[in-house]
Design a protein around this ligand. Structure first.
Ligand SMILES: Cc1cc2nc3c(=O)[nH]c(=O)nc-3n(C[C@H](O)[C@H](O)[C@H](O)COP(=O)(O)OP(=O)(O)OC[C@H]3O[C@@H](n4cnc5c(N)ncnc54)[C@H](O)[C@@H]3O)c2cc1C
Length: 400
């Protein structure tokens, strides 16, 4: 009998497997229907010996010291700051839009102060801000919206920004300085030997058994377990009883080129040309030296593997119905991006998994203390202390 069956060997499942095995000495069976661990973060050496990310570029960045310190137990890091260019009006310009983007695009030589005035002069007064279009237009005006955002969003989501909720583009990072880093988080680094190597170390504990190429339905009645941690799609778990939750998918076209470098930056976005949204060159991310180079093209599509939950109010309403069922299902914990129908970055999923672990550990610790206290019949003080401890442990476990 396993203490835990964990469905999905991505960040959510693997972090929980590691914590439960190493900290609570639980026996864990972790399974994945794919032929590999690491979920969407899976990377591998291709036939030419170049390290590539099968499911598109994964760049690690976080402001959470707790998450960074936790993962640092399982990997060394390669410092890496991500940079992206956008192909607009026949030029490659920094993305997010910064001082250099504006100067290059319009052949100007504005200063930081002047570019702030420029943004103010082009921004439209939109009130109330309801859609993604409103968010962008109210910040950078219609022309930059058309050049950088509109068609990219249409390709990515298959919908016009005017049809998408403002939360999709809640903030447009526009910079009046020359900072051309894509992320500004405190910790920005790539696992030195890749993500899969990090996951191998996460899952190396002797209490963890791994089963790949296995859908959990195949083993549910065959392998006994006490509790389940489920990181797959929540609608699938409940047999799509409230309907299918819509996702946007991607097709990845990988290519190896007979040249050491192909692009002038790790990623080039194509808002207006081509069916693909962007090209990524992996050697920028990994730092690998190799006479050839590998790139991936991303083609957005409606059908296929579930990648991006479609953020529309009607979908949130369906998810809420599933969430109620999930909350009322004893012995099953729903965690990760598919089980909570939310686009999360890797660090957010690690944080979510660590939070669930604290809750599970808190329940384990609090109950024996409380039982012990009651058994001793040792007056009100001890009982009160035990209850207080349980409350504070549960208080810690609020999922953010
Ligand atoms: C194109 C793309 C680029 C991204 N880039 C970044 C980035 O640069 N930085 C960043 O921080 N984040 C990025 N992300 C987000 C990142 O991929 C997620 O945060 C992370 O993968 C979530 O981990 P997870 O464990 O919740 O889900 P997953 O990694 O998807 O793991 C879930 C696992 O469950 C398995 N599973 C599902 N159903 C079943 C079943 N019935 N039986 C058995 N197994 C099942 C799946 O096969 C999968 O392996 C990107 C995502 C995408 C799509």
């Amino acid at each position: 009998m396993f203490d835990y069956l964990i469905v999905g060997a991505g960040f959510a499942g693997s972090v929980l497997a590691e914590r439960l095995a190493s900290q609570l000495h639980k026996s864990v069976l972790i399974i994945d229907k794919r032929p590999h661990i690491a979920g969407n973060a899976f990377d591998h050496y291709n036939e030419d010996g170049i390290l590539v990310h099968r499911y598109g570029p994964h760049i690690f960045h976080t402001n959470s010291k707790e998450v960074f310190d936790y993962l640092s137990q399982f990997t060394a890091w390669r410092p890496y700051e991500h940079r992206v260019l956008a192909s607009v009006d026949g030029q490659l310009v920094p993305m997010p839009i910064n001082l250099d983007t504006i100067n290059k695009l319009y052949g100007l030589s504005l200063t930081s102060f002047e570019v702030e005035d420029f943004f103010k002069s082009v921004a439209e007064d939109v009130s109330p801000v309801r859609t993604s279009e409103d968010v962008v237009v109210s910040k950078v005006g219609r022309e930059l919206y058309e050049k950088f955002f509109r068609n990219y969003t249409r390709k990515h989501w298959g919908m016009d920004p005017s049809e998408l909720d403002k939360s999709v583009t809640s903030r447009v990072p526009v910079r009046s300085n020359r900072d051309d880093r894509y992320f500004t988080d405190t910790f920005q680094a790539m696992p030195l030997h890749g993500y899969t190597s990090m996951f191998e170390k996460l899952l190396a504990h002797p209490n963890i058994k791994i089963m790949l190429n296995t859908d959990y339905h195949e083993i549910l009645d065959l392998i006994p377990f006490r509790e389940m941690i489920y990181t797959g799609p929540v609608d699938e778990y409940f047999g799509f009883c409230f309907g299918k939750l819509p996702y946007r998918s991607l097709e990845f076209k990988h290519e190896t080129l007979d040249a050491p470098v192909h692009l002038p930056a790790a990623v080039v976005n194509y808002p207006n040309e081509h069916a693909y949204t962007r090209i990524t060159e992996f050697k920028y991310l990994t730092g690998q030296q190799h006479p050839k180079t590998s790139v991936v093209y991303e083609y957005p599509k409606a059908e296929g593997d579930p990648y991006y939950p479609v953020p529309r109010p009607e979908n949130a309403a369906i998810y809420n119905q599933y969430k109620k069922l999930a909350d009322a299902t004893p012995g099953v914990h729903f965690v990760g991006r598919l089980a909570t129908y939310k686009y999360y970055n890797m660090d957010q999923v690690v944080a979510q998994a660590l939070t669930l672990f604290k809750k599970l550990a808190g329940q384990e610790q609090a109950l024996p203390v409380l039982d012990g206290a009651l058994a001793e019949h040792n007056g009100h003080r001890l009982k009160a202390e035990a209850v207080e401890l349980r409350v504070s442990l549960n208080g810690d476990s609020k999922i953010t």
